[in-house]
Design a protein around this ligand. Structure first.
Ligand SMILES: [Zn+2]
Ligand SMILES: [Zn+2]
Length: 184
């Protein structure tokens, strides 16, 4: 039981590593492009609220889980092996929800605010930094962590939650973290 719980946790941590690896080296490394992940990821960057279709994400997740389940069971036995893959898939689903909500909702609390600044610094300031979405840990490990400062957002790509509909500008509550890029 303890072993399975540990395997579940290890699977969740393994996803956070995979999240970093896929995003950095498939999404943003010229040496691996073009590839199907990068094609979708370029659209996510260039259109603001675009996310790859659920069926593509579902098929990829099934494919990765299918590849991992055999070796995991061989190494750790049926229960712990399955728990490892279940932890990884559960964390992947949490990542999908969290990433979408970073774009669609302002979030609550300090960590939500921190994660949004971490992610939108990647989107709008420097795509070669801050690849982690659920945590900054692997950016710290691999030396790609960047302090966002005040993030300059192109108006065309601004998240709905960031803008005050009355003024079209950044809501006062977020003005210390973000500003719109004004022409002229
Ligand atoms: Zn994003
Ligand atoms: Zn990216």
């Amino acid at each position: 039981m303890v072993v399975s719980a540990f395997a579940l946790l290890l699977g969740a941590v393994a996803w956070t590593f995979l999240e970093y690896v896929l995003h950095r080296w498939l999404g943003h490394d010229a040496r691996t492009r073009p590839n199907p992940f990068a094609a979708e990821h370029v659209l996510h960057h260039s259109r603001g609220n675009y996310f790859a279709p659920a069926w593509k994400k579902g098929l990829s997740a099934l494919g990765v889980a299918g590849l991992l389940i055999g070796p995991s069971v061989l190494v750790a036995g049926p229960l712990a092996g399955a728990a490892f893959v279940a932890g990884l898939v559960a964390m992947y689903l949490a990542y999908e929800v969290l990433h979408r909500r970073e774009h669609t909702h302002p979030g609550w609390g300090r960590y939500a605010r921190f994660l949004r600044r971490h992610h939108f610094c990647h989107h709008f300031t420097d795509p070669s930094c801050n690849h982690g979405v659920t945590s900054p840990v692997w950016d710290w490990v691999f030396g790609t962590l960047r302090e966002p400062g005040r993030i300059r957002v192109p108006p065309r790509l601004a998240m709905d939650w960031l803008l005050d509909p009355a003024t079209g500008d950044v809501r006062p509550a977020y003005a210390c973290d973000y500003e719109l890029i004004r022409k002229g």
